[in-house]
Every structure is written in C-alpha cells, then in structure tokens.
Design a protein around this ligand. Structure first.
Ligand code: ASP
Length: 445
C-alpha cells in the first residue's frame, strides 16, 4: 500500500487536534469577541472571518461530521445483523444484553455519585454571583414505560431516517434472529451482509484517513469563538467537572477493566486515543460509533458479534461523562441558589440521571436537556442551566470522550467474559494500524 514513511494516523490526528486548538486560539486573539480581521485589497475587502471561520473551517468541519453520521445507521444495522446471525443461540444475546446494560447503568451511577461527592467537597457554587442572562427551557422526562415502548419501531424506515438508534438496534436484532432461524435463505443473505459490512468498515477507514483535516477545522473554528471570559467566572465549576471526568476515565475505568478482565489499562487507554479525539472534536458519541466500533474490534480484539451490539447500545444509553456533569451541575446550582438538598434528593439525582441517559441519544448538548429533567426532579430552578451554558461546549466535548471510553471498556469486559475476544490483537500495540493506511491514488494493488 503506502511506501513512504509518514507518521501513524494516531499521531496525525493528535497533531491536528493540538494545531487546531492553537490556531483557533491565535485567531481568537486576532479577532476577539466575534470581531473580524479585514484586509483592504482595493477592489474588495478580504474578511478573514468570512473566509476561514465561516468558510473553510465551517465547510470542512460540517462535512466531516455529516460523513461520520452518514455511516452510523448503515453500519449499526449491517454489523449488528452479522453479529446476531453468527450467534449460536439466542440465550447468549439476552446474556450479552443483560451484562452490557447492567455495566452501563452501574458505571453511570458510580460516575454521578463520585461527581457529586467531589462537588460537595469543593463547593464550586460558593461565591458565584447569580446572573443568568440567557434562559433555558426544560423538557419533561419520559416515563420508563414510554422509553421501553419507544424502543420498538412501528416503521423501521422511519427509525433509519430519524437515526433512532434504539429502534434500529431492536429491528436489527429481530432481523438477525429471524435470519439465523431461516436456514439456507438466511445463510444466503448473511453472506451479503458480511460483504456489506466489510465495505462499510472500509468506508470508515477512508474517513479516518481524512480525519486530521476534519479535526483541525472543527477545533480551530471552535476555539476562535470560545468565550474565554466566562471561564474565569466558572473556573471552579469547570475544574471540578473536568477533574471528575479525567479521574473517572483514567482510574475508575482502569480499575473496572483490570478487575473484571485482567487486561492492561495502559494498553487500553493508549488504543483509545484516536477515538477519544474523534469524540472530543465532534461532541457526539453517536457520530463516533463507526470509529469506536473499529477500535473495539480491529485494535482491541473484541469480536464483532459483541461490539456491533454493545457499542451502539452504549452510545445511546451509556453516558458516564454526562452524568458527571449533571452531578456537579446539580450541586453547583443548588449552592448558587442557596438551596439545600437532602440525601433523598441526591439519591433521586442519581436515579434520574442514570435513567434519563437510557432514552436520550448521544448527540452534542443533550446533556443539558437531561440536566433539566434532573433539576426539575429535585425542585431546583431549570434556569440555573443558563449559568453554566457558557462553558458547556468544552465540557461537552470532554465528556463525550469519556462516554465513548466507557462504551469501549464495557464492550471489552463483555467480550472477554463471553470469550469473544482475541488477546493477541489486544496485546499488539500496532494492531489495526496497517489497515488504516490507504493509498487513495492506487485503488487496487
Ligand atoms: N455530547 C454527549 C455525547 O454525545 C452527550 C452530552 O453530554 O451532551 O455523548
């Protein structure tokens, strides 16, 4: 394939991330508070903002996100069908689902409990003056019954069109089971789905090769207009959420992975880097599904029969990073508004945040909508959200990276416990890297 020695894709993506952040910060300095940098050129004025920020960065960044999203539904549907119809018995499916959902809920509950404890110790809301200049409208939490009913699509094509992941998962599982029960006819279609899966995964690889450009543009654009002055006011809140996110991703996940699988947390975290950067720059667990899936299977050795199920499920129902933000934000808002929360309130927060994550998809900013449900549950003013909105985008990006790390960690635990795991792939630090190098100029070897 490629002959020249260029840096690995991981290095290129990491460099793009750092360069994007630095370049954006430089532009922020050139064009503070949304202003422009205009160079008069006689016939017309050249606007740096129109050309770079609203032009190049916006176009490439949005195309990058859309192309990732474009793959999510076909990839989940096809690979989940391949996974399901290769399972020998359906009881296994129930077991995998039970383990994954159990672990997802458990890690979310641990995350929010830890976050609230840290927030109570540091008291980020003390001394903050109360001025919410934007408003935030809440939304009612759906009942658990409604969430369960909503998992079943009345029309699979509507589910595809709307990208409703839980419905796509349910339809793919049922379709896969029916294929496994259909003898020769099922086997014939299974071959087609396996080929389709190969091709779609190849498409994921192609996109990953273009990721450095996408990541650079997204981050440069974002950092150009990041309202830095809000950070000073909310430094303590920001720091507590950020610290809790890092501790949870590095220590809690490592401890769970080591205890339940014996696998090396260092290797795990190293292999997570690309995926975490994708999640960070897109702020969407959903859009990151294709990359998470590739990492779990090709780099970490989880079998597709597990990852095709647990990764999209996790992107939808597992949001530890989001739960951490909600835990800290609840304590913060209670302190700012001088309201005391009882132990029952705290338990209520843990329960609502954990359950709310089940019905909400992993897309940018959804954490704030879930926070509104949590605040309402314990009688705190929903408008409090307006106080933290200013720093939320950066935290959203960081917590999304934590969310996908959690999805992958649980996938590894389930894969290992089901013996659907290739240890040699996990131990090989270069696994999956050769397939990432694509020679676009010579499509056939
Ligand atoms: N953006 C997050 C995700 O996609 C959800 C959130 O916290 O807003 O996982």
């Amino acid at each position: 394939m490629t002959t020249d020695k260029k840096p690995s894709l991981t290095v290129r993506i990491a460099v793009a991330m750092v360069a994007g952040i630095l370049f954006g910060t430089l532009l922020q300095w050139l064009m503070p508070n949304g202003s422009d940098f205009v160079i008069p050129l006689g016939l017309f004025d050249f606007s740096l903002r129109a050309f770079l920020v609203d032009g190049v960065f916006e176009v490439i960044g949005q195309i990058f996100i859309s192309s990732l999203k474009m793959l999510v539904v076909p990839l989940v549907f096809v690979s989940l069908i391949c996974g399901t119809c290769s399972l020998s018995d359906t009881t296994k499916l129930g077991r995998i689902g039970g383990k994954a959902i159990g672990l997802y809920l458990m890690t979310t509950a641990i995350a929010i409990t830890f976050a609230m404890t840290l927030a109570l110790l540091i008291s980020p809301g003390e001394g903050v003056n109360l001025s919410a200049d934007t408003s935030f409208a809440g939304r009612e939490a759906p009942s658990l019954a409604q969430v369960i009913i909503n998992m079943f699509p009345s029309n699979p094509f509507t589910a595809f069109a709307q990208g409703n992941m839980l419905q796509v998962i349910v339809f793919a599982l049922l379709f896969g089971i029916a294929m496994a029960l259909s003898g020769k006819a099922g086997e014939r279609i299974a071959d087609i789905f396996r080929d389709l899966n190969e091709v779609i995964m190849r498409l994921v690889t192609i996109l990953m090769n273009l990721a450095p450009y996408g990541v650079f543009c997204l981050l440069a654009g974002l950092f150009t207009d990041l309202a830095l002055e809000t950070f000073a006011n909310l430094a303590k809140y920001f720091f507590v959420v950020f610290a809790a996110l890092v501790i949870h991703a590095v220590f809690t996940y490592s401890a769970i992975l080591k205890t339940l699988t014996g696998l090396s947390p260092v290797m795990f975290l190293k292999k997570m880097r690309d995926t975490a950067i994708f999640a960070f720059s897109t702020a969407s667990s959903n859009a990151t599904i294709p990359v998470t899936m590739e990492t779990a299977t090709k780099k970490m050795g989880a079998n597709n029969s597990i990852a095709s199920f647990t990764v999209p499920l996790g992107a939808t129902i597992n949001m530890d990073g989001t739960a951490i933000m909600q835990g800290v934000a609840t304590v913060f808002i209670a302190q700012v508004f001088n309201q005391d929360l009882t132990l029952t309130d705290y338990l209520m927060v843990i329960m609502t945040a954990t359950l709310a994550s089940i019905g909400t998809a992993g897309v940018p900013g959804v954490g704030l909508i879930m926070l509104a449900m949590v605040l309402e549950q314990v009688g705190l003013p929903v408008e409090g959200i307006a106080l933290i909105i200013g720093v939320d985008r950066l935290l959203d990006m960081t917590r999304t990276a934590v969310n996908v790390t959690g999805d992958t960690m649980v996938t590894m635990v389930v894969a290992k416990s089901e013996n659907e795991f290739d240890a040699t792939v996990f131990q090989d630090s270069n696994a999956g890297q050769n397939i990432e190098e694509i020679d676009f100029l010579h499509l056939k070897d």
